[in-house]
Ligand binder design. Structure first.
Ligand SMILES: NC(=O)C1=CN([C@@H]2O[C@H](COP(=O)(O)OP(=O)(O)OC[C@H]3O[C@@H](n4cnc5c(N)ncnc54)[C@H](OP(=O)(O)O)[C@@H]3O)[C@@H](O)[C@H]2O)C=CC1
Ligand SMILES: O=C1O[C@H](COP(=O)(O)O)[C@@H](O)[C@H](O)[C@H]1O
Length: 570
């Protein structure tokens, strides 16, 4: 049995109201009266998207190649089917994220009524073996009214496997034959998820687009990062992909854009009047984008050494957040309007200079009798590597809104904590009546807005407050929005949102090629300089707070990292 040995993960918030009310019905056959689900998404019978707006730009006229409908397509209809092929199905990401996300979508009734999942890789596997492999990482949002194992079994029965080489048209022709069989005469739409190393992206796109494109529905490709290593190689990759695909068919994924708090950034900005007048150089002193992980590159050193932390995290995840944070108000919530604004702000950014960057690399460390390895201890990392596992950078946007405001980024592996957050430090209160009551360091007494992306999603605003009593003493307190307290529902994984959007043709959370060009233009010169000069990274102990150099960099711009309190602790 495929379900033998299934791991059932019980989620405490499994009884969430986010689930469609009628759990036994499917979206296609059972739409709520207004076509809106409890979770705020539109019913699949209508064109829908994760921004809750009808899709503009997902139409039959989109990027038509050879008379087909490559990346666009009609709204979901009863006679349609979607086939999702995970290329690189035997790999880490597929097992860890993609199959579990597909199952979560199925479990929550977000997938179309008729769908098929295929795994494709070189490894030899039967359908049954694929199902066994997938079942090891599926997690259930169990509610007592429903049997999780039934749902898993239903999902697994829709999963199949095709073995083949990545540059093999025969392999993909055979996949095409099996897809056609499963599609059972319905209008076929096909999504390929390229969960493979980047050096074989183009091989797969060439073979799959030639031999396994949908004959009459849409065909889309989700491409995983890295999208090149610099401006030139990224451009080369884009040109190669576009030899076989229209831009509308390419869904460049940055999974940080699928995270709940990142998705909420625009809501916070554009639907709250209180923030709108404050969102500029007039009131904001600096913005900090902070990413840290409490583990090293374990197992991924081979990949990582060719990229380093700036390419792995800053040039994509943190820069994407920055663009959403700093962009002007888009004309609408339509994908192209948002992406146009992101490109504009990215193109207004100054090229990053070497003097505005600090790099670090973790070294071995023993704590409490336990030893933690150095980055260069990883057998897949070349000895003497100077690849940074930590970086801090000061970036600037040369436009009217943000002129002179430092946007500080900090990203590192093997630090003391796992965290991702956005910190907005506001200016001092002019002529503050209470300056005598807030201490000598007036910068410490300014307001700070924090969006904690993970873990424990939260938004909080640091304010000065009177300590109750007859005296006049002020302290710094937080106005808190802790998600776990406010919303009794499980937050979906970023890959769930992004997969659903790709199925629905919603491109808002995917990276357009001109965005990518603009992002690389900011970082490429400094990356080249770091490599040409073999700049030695500052070593920091595994599990520490990272290189001291990050503090000097911030101090150059009169900034103090917000994740470190006045006594030096976090
Ligand atoms: N893992 C992660 O956490 C993350 C990964 N990514 C990106 O997602 C993609 C997939 O990542 P991941 O699953 O970790 O990758 P893997 O290294 O696990 O590779 C996926 C599959 O590709 C095949 N493969 C691996 N190396 C080669 C090679 N040199 N030539 C041909 N085929 C190969 C293997 O399948 P077989 O041998 O069966 O053909 C393997 O199972 C990458 O682009 C990665 O950068 C992005 C974010 C996070
Ligand atoms: O893209 C990547 O992201 C992960 C971190 O993702 P998260 O969702 O777990 O925060 C990172 O570990 C990896 O190095 C990088 O390639």
């Amino acid at each position: 049995m495929a379900t033998t040995g299934l791991l059932f993960h019980l989620h405490p918030t499994a009884f969430s109201s986010a689930r469609p009310q009628n759990a036994t019905s499917r979206l296609h056959s059972h739409c709520p009266p207004q076509g809106i689900h409890a979770a705020g998404r539109r019913c699949l019978l209508r064109a829908k998207s994760s921004n809750g707006h009808p899709q503009i730009g997902a139409s039959f006229s989109d990027g038509v190649l050879d008379g087909k409908v490559p990346g666009g397509g009609p709204p979901e209809q009863e006679g349609n089917t979607v086939s999702i092929t995970v290329v690189g199905a035997s790999g880490d990401l597929a097992k860890k994220k993609i199959f579990p996300a597909l199952f979560a979508l199925f479990y929550e009734d977000w997938l179309p009524k008729h769908f098929t999942v295929f795994g494709y890789a070189r490894s030899k596997m039967s359908d049954e073996e694929l199902r066994n492999m997938i079942s090891m990482t599926l997690t259930c949002r169990i509610d007592q009214r429903e049997n999780c194992s039934d749902k898993m079994e239903q999902f697994l029965q829709r999963c199949f496997y095709q073995s083949g080489h990545y540059n093999s048209e025969e392999g993909f022709s055979e996949l095409d034959r099996k897809l056609t069989e499963k599609e059972a005469g319905k209008l076929p739409n096909r999504l390929f998820y390229l969960s493979i190393p980047p050096n074989i992206f183009v091989d797969v796109v060439r073979s799959a687009s030639r031999t396994a494109s949908s004959p009459s529905g849409w065909t889309r490709f989700i491409v995983e990062k890295p999208f090149g290593r610099d401006y030139e190689s990224s451009g080369e990759l884009t040109r190669s992909l576009k030899m076989y695909l229209a831009e509308e068919q390419i869904f460049r994924i940055d999974h940080y854009l699928g995270k709940e708090l990142v998705e909420n950034l625009s809501v916070l900005r554009f639907s709250n009047l209180v923030f709108q007048p404050l969102w500029s150089r007039d009131y904001i002193r600096n913005v900090q984008l902070i990413f840290s992980e409490d583990f090293g590159t374990e197992g991924r050193g081979g990949y990582f050494d060719n990229y380093g932390i700036i390419r792995d995290i800053m040039q994509n995840h943190l820069l994407q957040i920055l663009a959403l944070f700093a962009m002007e108000t888009p004309v609408s919530l339509a994908a192209e309007d948002i992406r146009n604004e992101k490109v504009k702000v990215l193109r207004s950014m100054r090229r990053l200079k070497l003097e505005d960057v600090v790099v670090g690399q973790y070294k071995g460390h023993t704590r409490g009798g336990k030893s933690f390895p150095a980055y260069v201890d990883d057998p897949t990392v070349p000895s003497g590597s100077v690849t940074p596992t930590f970086a801090a950078a000061a970036l600037f946007i040369d436009n009217a809104r943000w002129d002179g405001v430092p946007f500080l980024m900090k990203a590192g592996k093997a630090l003391h904590t796992r965290r991702a957050e956005i910190r907005v430090q506001f200016r001092r209160v002019p002529g503050n009546l209470y300056r005598g009551n807030v201490g000598t360091d007036l910068d410490m007494a300014t307001n700070e807005l924090v969006l904690r992306v993970q873990p424990d999603e939260a938004i909080y605003l640091k304010i000065n407050n009177k300590v109750p009593g007859l005296g006049m003493r002020l302290d710094s307190s937080n106005l808190n929005l802790f998600y776990s307290e406010r919303y009794q529902r499980e937050i979906p994984d970023a890959y769930e949102r992004l997969l659903l959007d790709a199925i629905e043709g919603e491109r808002r959370l995917f990276i357009r090629s001109d965005e990518l060009d603009a992002a690389w233009a900011i970082f490429t010169p400094v990356l080249k300089e770091l490599e040409d000069k073999r700049v030695a990274p500052e070593l920091y102990p595994y599990g520490s707070r990272g290189p001291v150099g990050a503090h000097y960099l911030a101090a150059n711009y009169n900034v103090r990292w917000g994740d470190i309190s006045s006594d030096g602790s976090f």
